[in-house]
Design a protein around this ligand. Structure first.
Ligand code: NAG
Ligand code: NAG
Ligand code: NAG
Ligand code: NAG
Length: 370
């Protein structure tokens, strides 16, 4: 597959071109301080300084997760972009690969799909509606600056997209890592007084971008997601430190040998369908949840909680503007029962239908399939 042969090439290329970070940084500094465009062209003596090879990129421009990889030509790895206000990302999402929810703080993205089909969802602003499109090859979707958006390849084949971004330094802020990189007590409170340990536990298992999407897709494509890497977390400093107990809690010790079970062979198709069969997992006699299940549940839980928060804010605003004296009553948070706890007792949800974000998404999917 493309990704498997591209990476060794990328690594080899980074050795061959042998441009050190210092070289690149001093070139960028020269370009930034050049008095004008002519000065910048002078700083780029080779014609090939204006070419970026996506098939042979500098290692610094490559982001790889379990579900695929991205190559970004931005000012940091392609200095010719200085002063030109543009960057390009090329995405290769493997089967069921998901470019996890994120924003670009300094750029609008215009995503062109080269082949296959790709589900793109976004929220552009609190109070504006959720927008989702399943685009096919030769279609492009606009993702405005600051929007939280994701791409999901709900297919068993790799798809390839190319995104133009209107900044040479577009930046990326991964939504789950960003939220859970805040102090755990702040996150706990913002999610409706979840436990700090629950928050800290979830934070440690958020998969790196590009992650795997729905369990239904994985089952359909016969993929064992295994243990996804979790290295892209926001660094912990004293201000956002995790409770010390979390670091030693056995409940969060990942086990690399968890077998994948095809529990989802009959669940409905959904981007967010990863937890649809979790009730059978947690109601089973004394079975502890497997780390992969916990990871999938947590990821979907995080996204589900995000939608709940957004929905809550939206309805609170609507209600308060319509009827001043009606107060918002939070619905029972069934999703809470799915959040793993640190201590040995796993919440019993056996006689309680688990919260399923897929249900709330169904209308969008009916729309997509129509
Ligand atoms: C899309 O293009 C990529 C890269 O060339 C290729 O690996 C993949 O198989 C293609 N997918 C489809 C659905 O044609
Ligand atoms: C997206 O559209 C393609 C082409 O019409 C279709 O094959 C695919 O099943 C759709 N995907 C989803 C998630 O609806
Ligand atoms: C999972 O179940 C589906 C539907 O029964 C089947 O098509 C798929 O091949 C199964 N995947 C694995 C890995 O067994
Ligand atoms: C899906 O699987 C569950 C548990 O394996 C089973 O109880 C249920 O009847 C199945 N549903 C369908 C529609 O096959």
């Amino acid at each position: 597959m493309f990704s498997s042969f591209l990476l060794p090439i990328a690594l080899a290329a980074s050795v061959v071109t042998a441009q050190t970070t210092t070289d690149v940084n001093s070139l960028i500094a020269e370009l930034i301080t050049a008095p004008n465009h002519k000065g910048r062209v002078g700083d780029l003596p080779k014609d090939s300084d204006f070419v970026f090879d996506f098939a042979n990129p500098p290692a610094a421009g490559v982001t790889t997760g379990a579900g695929g990889h991205l190559v970004l030509a931005s000012v940091a790895d392609f200095p010719a972009l200085v002063g030109n206000g543009i960057a390009i990302a090329a995405g290769f999402l493997g089967p069921c690969g998901m470019n996890t929810p994120h924003t670009h703080p300094r750029a609008t993205e215009f995503l062109y799909l080269v082949n296959g089909s790709l589900t793109n969802g976004m929220i552009t602003e609190t109070g504006s509606r959720f927008i989702i499109n399943n685009i096919t090859s030769d279609q492009a979707m606009l993702l405005p600056q600051g929007s939280i958006h994701f791409q999901f390849n709900d297919n068993c084949e790799t798809v390839h997209f190319v995104s133009a971004l209107n900044s040479a330094d577009p930046g990326v802020l991964l939504a789950a890592q960003g939220l859970f990189g805040l102090p755990p007590s702040i996150v706990a409170a913002s999610l409706g007084q979840l436990g700090v340990e629950e928050v800290a536990g979830i934070a440690t298992i958020i998969p790196d971008d590009i992650a795997f999407g729905s369990q239904e897709c994985l089952a359909r494509c016969g993929i064992n997601p295994g243990q996804q890497p979790t290295k892209e977390q926001v660094p912990r400093v004293s201000g956002n430190a995790l409770p010390s107990a979390i670091m030693t809690a056995s409940a969060w010790t990942p086990s690399a040998t968890t077998p994948y079970t095809n529990q989802s062979s009959n669940q409905s198709r959904s981007v967010l369908g990863a937890i649809a069969d979790s009730s059978s997992g947690s109601s089973g006699s004394s079975s502890k949840m497997q780390p992969v299940e916990i990871a999938l549940i947590a990821v979907v839980g995080v996204m589900g909680a995000g939608y709940l928060v957004i929905a809550a804010i939206f309805f609170m605003r609507r209600r308060s503007s319509a009827k001043q004296n009606r107060t918002y009553t939070r619905p029972p948070m069934k999703g809470r029962a799915l959040v793993p706890t640190l201590d040995s007792e796993v919440p019993d949800v056996s006689d309680d239908k688990p919260y399923d974000p897929a249900d709330s998404q169904q209308s969008f999917y009916n729309h997509l399939h129509a």
